[in-house]
Design a protein around this ligand. Structure first.
Ligand code: ADP
Ligand code: ZN
Length: 216
C-alpha cells in the first residue's frame, strides 16, 4: 500500500506512522527524520534545512522534493511505503503525484489525523530520545523513569522546535501551507480522516481499522 499521513504538528504522526508502517510491512519515510539525520551528520542538506527547521518554517519545496524522489527510488519502497510529513504543500503533493505516475503507480490513500487544540499541549510535552530517536510524551505517553528512554536507556530532551515560540510558527505554516492538501486529496477521493485525540493506542486502533476497510 502507498499511504500518506497528514496532520498538524503534535497530532502524533511520527508515532502512529511507526505502528502503521509495521502493520502494513512497508518502510516509513519521514522527511523530518531524514532532515534531522542530515542535521546531526552536518551534511550540506542538513546545514540548509536547519535554518528553516529552527525557525519553525518549512524547508523549500525543491530541496524537499529532490530528497523524497531519491528516497522513493530505493528498492525497499518499490512495493509500498508510508510517507510521514510529506507532502506538506500543494506543490509537493503535485510533484509526488507526477513522480509516482512516472513510475506507473499512484497513491492509494491519504490518512488525516484530526485533532483539536490539544495539539499545543501535546507538542510542548514531547520529549525525544538522544539514543534511539523515540518520541515520548510527559502526559500522553510517558517513559517509566522521567527523562530516560524505556527502549534504550538514552536521555530524553526537548527538540528546539518543540519549544513554545517555534510551535506557534509551525502551526501557522501548517494552516497556510499544509491544510490545503486536505481539499487536494479530498477532490481525488483518497482522503480518510481519523480522530487522533486521546491515548496513542486508541488512535492506532482507529487507524488500523480504517486501513482495513481499504484493504490494508
Ligand atoms: P512535525 O512534528 O512538525 O510533524 P517533522 O519532524 O515532520 O515535525 O518536521 C520537522 C521540520 O522539518 C519541519 O518543521 C520542517 O522545517 C521540516 N520538514 C519536514 N518535512 C517537511 C516537508 N515535507 N516540507 C518542508 N519542510 C519539512
Ligand atoms: Zn531511546
Amino acid at each position: 500500500m502507498r499511504l500518506v499521513l497528514v496532520g498538524p504538528p503534535g497530532a502524533g504522526k511520527g508515532t502512529q506512522a511507526e505502528f502503521i508502517a509495521a502493520h502494513l510491512a512497508v518502510p516509513k519515510i519521514s522527511t523530518g527524520d531524514i532532515f534531522r539525520a542530515n542535521v546531526s551528520q552536518g551534511t550540506p542538506l542538513g546545514v540548509e534545512a536547519k535554518r528553516y527547521m529552527d525557525a519553525g518554517k518549512l524547508v523549500p519545496d525543491e530541496v524537499t522534493i529532490n530528497m523524497v524522489r531519491d528516497r522513493l527510488a530505493e528498492p525497499d519502497a518499490a512495493e509500498g511505503f508510508l510517507l510521514d510529513g510529506f507532502p506538506r504543500t500543494t506543490p509537493q503533493a503535485a510533484a509526488l503525484d507526477k513522480l509516482l505516475a512516472d513510475l506507473g503507480t499512484a497513491l492509494d490513500l491519504v490518512m488525516e489525523l484530526v485533532v483539536d487544540d490539544e495539539v499545543i499541549r501535546r507538542l510542548s510535552g514531547r520529549r525525544t530520545c538522544r539514543g534511539c530517536g523515540k518520541v515520548w510524551h510527559i502526559e500522553f505517553d510517558p517513559s517509566s523513569v522521567e527523562g530516560l528512554c524505556d527502549r534504550c536507556g538514552g536521555e530524553l530532551f526537548q527538540r528546539d522546535d518543540d519549544k513554545a515560540e517555534t510551535i506557534a510558527e509551525r502551526l501557522r505554516e501548517y494552516a497556510s501551507k499544509t491544510a490545503p492538501l486536505i481539499d487536494y486529496y479530498g477532490a481525488q477521493g483518497k482522503l480518510v480522516g481519523i480522530d487522533a485525540t486521546g491515548p496513542v493506542e486508541d488512535v492506532t486502533v482507529r487507524a488500523i481499522d480504517a486501513l482495513r476497510s481499504y484493504g490494508g
